[in-house]
Design a protein around this ligand. Structure first.
Ligand code: MLT
Length: 405
C-alpha cells in the first residue's frame, strides 16, 4: 500500500483564507439579505490599468497569427521582461542585479512556498510572528517543522521572531541561529516595515552566521517613507545572503492574471554550490514559464503610461488605508500599519480573541476581516483589514464598524 506525505496531516485545518471563505459563505447562506463587505483577503478590486490591457490585447492578437505565435515560454522568463525588471526595479535603484538573476514565475505565493525545496530538510527556519502563513505551512509540508501545539499555536522546530507593538514591529535576532530567515517587508499582516539600517543589520547577521534571507517584497509599491528600502539589494552584502521575491499582484492588480519573480544572485553560494543553478534546475523541471500574454502585460507595468496609471491605483488604495486607519483611531482602536502597506493592523477591543472579533464583526457589521492569530501566535488579539476594497465599500465598512465599536 502506498504511503502519503504524513506532514500534510500535521497541518491544522485548512489554509487561512479558505477557512475564512467557508465561514463567510456559511454566514451568507444563513443570512441571504446581509450585504457583506469583504476586507479580508488582500485581493485587489480596481481594474487592470489601460496601458496593461492594451499590451495584453496586442499580445493576444500576436498569438492568433502564425508568424507571431508563441508556444512554451522560456522557463526562466522572456528576456524582454527580465531585462525590463532588472533595469527598472534594480539598476535604477543602484542595485547590481542583472537580467539573468531574475526568474519569472506565476506569482510570489508559489515562489515563497517553493523556494524552501532547494534547502535541506534539517535546516532551521525563522519567521517573523505574525507573518504570511505560506512560509510556515510550506515548511510543514516539507517536514521541516516538528510538531504543532494547538494550544499555543506553535511548531516545535520553528524559530518565531515576535514582530509586535512592544518592539515597534522590528524583530530581534533569535537566540538560536536559524539557517533560513523569512522576512516580509512591508510585512503582511502588520503593514509595518524595517528601515534600511535595520535591514542592513539583518543582512550583516545572515552573512555572519551563514544563513539565507528569503525576502518577500510583494508590497514594495506601497512604500511611501524614504528610509524604507524597496529591495534588500539596497543593503551592502545582500547578494551573498538573500533571495528576493516580488509580485505583480499588488502593484498592478494581477491577482487573477498571475505573475511574479524571484531574484537569486549568482554570488549566493553554499560552499561551491550556487543557489542560482539549483533554482534554475528546479524552475526548468517544474515550471513551463509564465504565459507570453501575461509577460507582455508585466512589461507594460514599466512603460511610462503603465507607471503613471499604477501610481494612481496605489494612491487610491493608500487613501483607503489612511481613511480606515484614521477612522478606527478616532473610534478608539489601537491601529498600526497603513502607511507603507495596504494593511491596517488593529488591536481587538475588549480582550476579544482574533476569531471572536472576526465573528463579532461579521455578525454585527457584516464586515469580513482577517483574524490576526491566523498569521502566527503573536497575531492573537489583533485583526487585519485590507485597503484593497473600493472606496465606497471601505467607507461603509468603516461606518458600520464605528457604529458597533
Ligand atoms: C493576503 O491576504 O494575505 C494575501 O492576499 C494573500 C496572498 O497574497 O496570497
Amino acid at each position: 500500500m502506498y504511503k502519503i506525505n504524513e506532514n500534510y496531516l500535521k497541518l491544522p485545518g485548512s489554509y487561512l483564507f479558505s477557512t475564512i471563505a467557508k465561514k463567510v459563505s456559511a454566514y451568507q447562506q444563513a443570512n441571504p439579505d446581509a450585504r457583506i463587505i469583504r476586507l479580508g483577503i488582500g485581493d485587489v478590486t480596481q481594474p487592470i490599468a489601460p496601458a496593461i490591457i492594451d499590451a495584453m490585447h496586442k499580445a493576444v492578437d500576436e498569438m492568433g497569427k502564425a508568424e507571431s505565435f508563441h508556444g512554451y515560454a522560456p522557463d526562466l522568463g522572456y528576456a524582454f521582461l527580465r531585462e525590463t525588471i532588472a533595469k527598472n526595479d534594480y539598476i535604477a535603484r543602484g542595485c547590481d542585479i542583472s537580467a539573468d538573476e531574475i526568474f519569472v514565475s506565476d506569482g510570489a505565493k508559489s515562489d515563497s512556498a517553493n523556494i524552501q525545496e532547494i534547502f535541506a530538510t534539517d535546516n532551521k527556519i525563522a519567521v517573523c510572528d505574525p507573518v504570511y502563513p505560506v512560509y510556515v505551512d510550506s515548511n510543514v509540508m516539507a517536514g521541516r517543522t516538528g510538531t504543532y501545539d494547538a494550544k499555543t499555536q506553535v511548531w516545535s522546530d520553528v524559530i518565531y521572531m515576535p514582530t509586535v507593538a512592544e518592539n515597534n514591529f522590528v524583530p530581534e535576532f533569535p537566540k538560536q541561529n536559524p539557517d533560513l530567515i523569512y522576512i516580509c517587508c512591508p510585512n503582511n499582516p502588520t503593514g509595518t516595515t524595517l528601515t534600511k539600517a535595520q535591514l542592513q543589520d539583518w543582512v550583516d547577521y545572515a552573512n555572519k552566521i551563514g544563513a539565507v534571507i528569503l525576502y518577500d517584497a510583494a508590497y514594495e509599491a506601497y512604500i511611501s517613507e524614504a528610509d524604507v528600502p524597496h529591495s534588500i539589494y539596497e543593503c551592502k552584502g545582500a547578494k551573498t545572503c538573500a533571495i528576493e521575491l516580488r509580485s505583480f499582484s499588488k502593484n498592478a492588480g494581477f491577482t487573477g492574471v498571475r505573475l511574479g519573480f524571484a531574484v537569486v544572485p549568482k554570488e549566493l553560494k553554499c560552499g561551491d554550490v550556487s543557489l542560482h543553478s539549483l533554482w534554475a534546475r528546479r524552475h526548468g523541471t517544474k515550471f513551463n514559464g509564465a504565459p507570453y500574454i501575461v509577460q507582455r502585460a508585466g512589461e507594460a507595468v514599466y512603460s511610462e503610461a503603465g507607471k503613471a496609471q499604477l501610481k494612481e491605483q496605489v494612491g487610491y488604495y493608500m487613501n483607503n488605508a489612511r481613511v480606515i486607519k484614521e477612522g478606527l483611531r478616532d473610534a478608539g482602536y489601537e491601529v498600526y500599519g497603513g502607511v507603507n502597506a495596504p494593511y491596517i493592523w488593529l488591536k481587538t477591543p475588549n480582550e476579544m480573541t482574533s476569531w471572536e472579533f472576526f465573528d463579532f464583526l461579521l455578525e454585527r457589521a457584516n464586515v469580513v476581516g482577517t483574524p490576526g492569530s491566523g498569521f502566527g501566535p503573536h497575531g492573537e488579539g489583533y485583526f487585519r483589514l485590507t485597503a484593497f476594497g473600493n472606496y465606497e465599500n471601505t467607507m461603509e465598512a468603516l461606518e458600520r464598524i464605528r457604529r458597533n465599536a
